[in-house]
Design a protein around this ligand. Structure first.
Ligand code: NAD
Ligand code: TYD
Length: 353
């Protein structure tokens, strides 16, 4: 199979969790082209995530909003972009419940803008690709059995997943209607370095470290499938190189955990690391459930495995320990986040349920 090669990759949302990991991944792979990052730098975008990359001659950064058509078009034109890897989004379900508006603008209008720009600029250009990053949450909530497949009907249930579903549909529509070369990936919950500590795993690490309560929503029996972020990155890279244009690929960890079991596991790792504070699970506190909380997500990712030869490379034990160690050793990164509006948000989140 001959791989697609690109000269100038545009990453949107490259200063966020997965986007930053993907930029690190590209440089580790010795990607030969230029890497251009457009990021609005919302609360979730953090230039520190890329401080080792900033000085590289093949890296370019623009602080820009994907809802700003003219600015994005100028950047795409200036850098002769031939591949867009679109991560930029409002990504946190709880925030979408408190205030869906930004989710509609960024996730739907922002995606529409990028599609329009590429449709206009790529009319006569060969070897281009728009790769859209999405989530398994578009498929809704599973019962005790079954999996999400690429052709599972969409059934989004939070403002976040509804906005992502809408963007996925727009991307597919641009392929069918305008023949824009696109690929889409829907993945499960990522974990790893640089994740903003409002999501379950990094939030629990910070609270464990500080001896604060570990808020578990509802009965704690909701299930998520956890994917190590670097495995997600290798999946995306294999799709942009070899994926079939117009198609969707699921990427999953094949690693389902009940929330409460996962939090207990993290407590036992902390017991090993800090025996004086044991048992850490005394900090577990059940709190009011998230409204419309999806019960279970589980992905079947046989398609990317069979067709593109991708597989996960990091087992959960290793990935979780690496992640915990990363947060414990990157205290400046954490302190800089905490000195912002971080605590206010967490308080508001729990108070207003
Ligand atoms: P994140 O919230 O950590 O980062 C999002 C980035 O997008 C930030 O850097 C932010 O500044 C930027 N951004 C937000 N609005 C923007 C705008 N209007 N213009 C330009 N930049 C903007 O998110 P993440 O966890 O890295 O997720 C990346 C993508 O992966 C998203 O599309 C998300 O839906 C998808 N996804 C995430 C997960 C997960 O577990 N984190 C799982 C499945 C899919
Ligand atoms: P989260 O990391 O917000 O990802 P998502 O909602 O996109 O799956 O949450 C993962 C799971 O953990 C989800 O079932 C909600 C639950 N959760 C808690 O129990 N406590 C928390 O403080 C957070 C942030 C999440």
């Amino acid at each position: 199979m001959s791989k697609r090669q690109f000269n100038n990759i545009l990453i949107t949302g490259g200063s966020g969790f997965i986007g930053a990991n993907f930029i690190h991944y590209l440089f580790k792979q010795e990607f030969q082209g230029n890497v251009i990052n457009i990021d609005k730098l919302t609360y979730a975008g953090n230039p520190e995530n890329l401080k080792d990359i900033e000085k590289k001659s093949k890296y370019f950064f623009y602080q820009a909003d994907i809802c700003d058509y003219d600015k994005c078009k100028d950047i795409i034109l200036k850098h002769n972009i031939d591949c867009v890897v679109h991560f930029a989004a409002e990504s946190h379900v709880d925030r979408s419940i408190h205030g869906p508006k930004d989710f509609i603008y960024t996730n739907i209008i922002g995606t529409f803008n990028l599609l329009e720009i590429c449709r206009n600029l790529w009319k006569d250009k060969d070897n281009t690709l728009f790769h859209h990053i999405s989530t398994d949450e578009v498929f809704g909530s599973l019962g005790d059995s079954g999996y999400f497949f690429e052709n599972t009907p969409y059934d989004p249930r939070s403002p976040y997943s509804a906005s992502k579903a809408s963007s996925d549909h727009l991307v597919s529509a641009y392929f069918h209607t305008y023949e824009l070369p696109v690929t889409i990936s829907n993945c499960s919950n990522n974990y790893g370095a640089y994740q903003f500590p409002e999501k379950l795993i990094p939030l629990m690490i910070l609270n464990l470290q500080e001896g604060e309560n570990l808020p578990v929503y509802g009965d704690g029996k909701n299930i998520r499938d956890w994917l190590y972020v670097e495995d997600h990155c290798s999946g995306i890279y294999s799709i942009i190189q070899n994926g079939n244009v117009g198609e969707t690929y699921n990427i999953g960890g094949e690693n389902e955990w009940e929330n409460i079991k996962l939090v207990n596991k993290m407590c036992s790792i902390m017991d090993e690391l800090f025996p004086d504070n044991s048992p850490h699970n005394k900090l577990i506190t059940y709190v009011k459930d998230r409204p419309g909380h999806d019960r279970r997500y589980a992905i079947n990712c046989n398609k990317i495995k069979d067709e593109l030869g991708w597989k996960q490379s990091v087992d959960f034990e290793t990935g979780l320990r690496k992640t915990i160690n990363w947060y414990l050793s990157n205290t400046n990164w954490i302190n800089n986040i905490k000195s912002g509006t971080y605590k206010n948000w967490l308080q508001k989140n729990y108070e207003s349920r």
